[in-house]
Design a binder for this molecule. Structure first.
Ligand SMILES: Nc1nc2c(ncn2[C@@H]2O[C@H](COP(=O)(O)OP(=O)(O)O)[C@@H](O)[C@H]2O)c(=O)[nH]1
Ligand SMILES: [Mg+2]
Length: 320
């Protein structure tokens, strides 16, 4: 549905009440990094997984440049089922300089063609690369890394199903001197001998500003409580209106787009019959709409794709 809008009828910038919000976000890569660095010695190709709804925001490019160095690197943009396929070329173009090898996947979809592409691409990149300390190793190792909740485990499972259809994934025992849990790997292929580390490497997201943090939180890569569901819901509304993505109007049976989050949340609480009882200053009970629950419903509808296929970095990637 399209709506006639007065110019400047919506906010053009998002003002958070707490300007220090960014300080609440987790710090830079910490302890995990050191462990991953050790693990990397036996890795031949890195498969970095990120959420396709935020292809530019939150990726830890520090990792690519300072830790993984010159190792072959594939960027997998997972949850591609939640974005408009027509946006893929523009995403690839925006990432080209930093990530020349991008694959879109839907790891919960068994028919996904992207999952199938990762292995041959890794083989090709390793073949072209200088393997330094591993030049004489006969086997090749892949490692999956990425920030929480982007679908690393789901991708590992999808790859297992794809390549090891015949039986259970083969776990490989510990290598002396290195923690077993870190170096458990599964066989992907016999000829050529290919393994994948079973445990994904977990990165902390890179959060240079509040909006990046809010986008990461909307995609559930950092916990909601770090931001607060009210602020998250307000940012989502701001973003949807700014980008003129008005599917929420129908989804929540509103009359028209509205930039006031309190009005939207009161409405959602009312139609879902979510109320709370509170006491006023005179100790009388009042029935109020449960705005927190409404915020939760609003955010969830975005995460489920009920508000349309939304790529949150659309405001950073120009329409072609
Ligand atoms: N819509 C959608 N959801 C996915 C996809 N892959 C994973 N998920 C969901 O995302 C959440 C996190 O997945 P998980 O594999 O545990 O992520 P990890 O923390 O990176 O290992 C789970 O609820 C998955 O069901 C995908 O391709 N599409
Ligand atoms: Mg996992």
């Amino acid at each position: 549905m399209s709506y006639k809008l007065a110019e400047n009828s919506f906010r053009s910038v998002f003002k958070t009440i707490d300007t220090d919000l960014v300080r609440w976000f987790p710090g830079h890569m910490g302890k995990g990094l050191k462990q991953m660095q050790q693990k990397l010695r036996s890795v031949d190709c890195i498969v970095e997984v990120h959420d396709a709804r935020i292809p530019l925001s939150g990726k830890n490019s520090d990792f690519k440049y300072t830790v993984s160095g010159l190792k072959p690197h594939i960027l997998v943009l997972n949850k591609a089922d939640l974005i408009e396929p027509s946006r893929k070329p523009a995403i690839v173009k925006s990432l080209k300089t930093d990530y020349p090898h991008v694959v879109f996947t839907e790891s919960k979809n068994q028919q996904c063609t992207g999952v199938k592409k990762i292995f041959p691409l890794a083989q090709e990149l390793i073949g072209e690369s200088n393997r330094y300390n591993r030049a004489n190793a006969e086997d090749c190792n892949l490692m999956i890394i990425g920030v929480p909740n982007v679908g690393k485990s789901s991708l590992i499972n999808a790859m297992r199903i794809r390549f090891l259809r015949k039986g259970k994934a083969t776990s490989v025992g510990a290598v002396p001197g290195i923690t077993r849990s870190v170096l458990t790997r599964i066989k992907l292929c016999e000829k050529p001998l290919f393994y994948m580390f079973d445990t994904p490497g977990i990165l902390s997201p890179n959060i240079p500003n509040v909006e990046t943090g809010l986008k990461l939180a909307l995609c559930a890569t950092i916990e909601d409580h770090r931001v607060g569901e009210g602020i998250l819901a307000d940012y989502l509304l701001y973003w949807l209106n700014k980008q003129q993505r008005f599917q929420y109007v129908e989804a929540f049976r509103l009359d028209r787009p509205n930039d006031n989050i309190l009005e939207i949340l009161s409405h959602i609480a009312k139609v879902n019959n979510k109320q709370i009882k509170i006491r006023d200053t005179l100790n009388n009970y009042l029935i109020k709409p449960d705005l927190n629950l409404a915020a939760h419903i609003f955010i969830k509808s975005f995460r489920n794709g009920d508000l349309g296929k939304i790529m949150l970095d659309d405001d950073l990637i120009k329409l072609k």
